[in-house]
Design a binder for this molecule. Sequence first.
Ligand SMILES: [Zn+2]
Length: 220
Amino acid sequence: MPDTTARLLIVDDEPSIRTSMSHVLTEIGYGVRTANDGFAALRELRQEVPDIVLSDLNMPGMSGFELLTVVRRRFPAVHTIAMSGAFQGDEVPSGVAADAFYQKGSSIGSLLRIMEALPQMEPRAAQLCSTTEPVWVERAEHGSSGLPYAMIECPECLRSFPQPVGSLLCLILYEASCVFCRSSIRFVIVEPADRAASQVLQRKPAEREQTPAIQPQFYY
Ligand SMILES: [Zn+2]
């Protein structure tokens, strides 16, 4: 018998698929939530981590290919099942970070067998994954606009984007919003290692006060 106490997150951009699968699996006893693309799935994961993510592969926004990779990296204890009508058979398509593959249109019985065959669930406590820690980013001098920026990798969706940092100071906690998933990101700027070292060596005493240094009143 499948573990019908398992909590599922079904991710598909097709409303009829979400509704029908959710209906059938809830009837069987699973705790089911749904999301219409990868970004929405990550928001659901922020609320509560499920036992299994069952995701379509081709979706606008964040695809299942990308979502499953993010889940594998951020929530390694969560079981992942890729589903698609674009691939045949029961093998996980090459390059897809999933434990199993469900061919869309197959019977719900075959999906239950796939879920049953998943390895034993890890303890749920091990699935907690904090993204509230700040990310440490290196200041780059010239972006395409000619202004200072830093590349920030969003801890929620793992996509990177350039964040203008203007005259922001090093070693102070700032907050930005991810341009992709809109989650709030705390970040701290550090100077590039080579530049920081050369500044210390070359700076004249009069210039030193213009560049922030580590001082006790700073956050970090
Ligand atoms: Zn993001």
